[in-house]
Design a protein around this ligand. Sequence first.
Ligand code: HEC
Length: 123
Amino acid sequence: MLKKPLLASLLSLLLCACTQQAAPPTATQITAAENARPFDTEISAIYQRSCISCHTTISSKAPLVGFAPDWQPRLKQGMDVLIQHVSEGYKAMPAKGFCSDCSNQDFKKLIEFMSTPVAANQA
Ligand code: HEC
């Protein structure tokens, strides 16, 4: 159906947004990000519907789920700024991250999950 080609073309639109990383994630870290899910089932559903497509795809340039080097500098901005960036959009990060009915509380939980090292989420 239409869904996958649409997603692929959206992702290819994002390829030009470049940020430099010190050390790229390993294949194992990417697989761990792809397999990680929030414990909270409602948040997990939102995450899988809205955030996972970019945030586990290296070519999207989005900070990789559970990959600390991507998140540490961003976390330094503070949670309020991160929530604002998700809500309003930030560079190649679309406003509300494809979750138009998400609350700031939802975004906070999603950010906490996405920025927590994967190993801690699996413990
Ligand atoms: C279409 C792809 C896409 C989707 C969908 C998406 N993101 Fe992002 N996100 C990005 C990109 C790209 C960046 C990096 C922006 C930059 O710093 O250049 C980003 C950055 C972020 C940041 C860091 C912002 C900062 O201030 O450094 C947070 C937090 C975030 N996303 C959360 C989310 C959440 C939560 C969702 C789901 C509700 C989501 N994203 C969905 C592409 C996406």
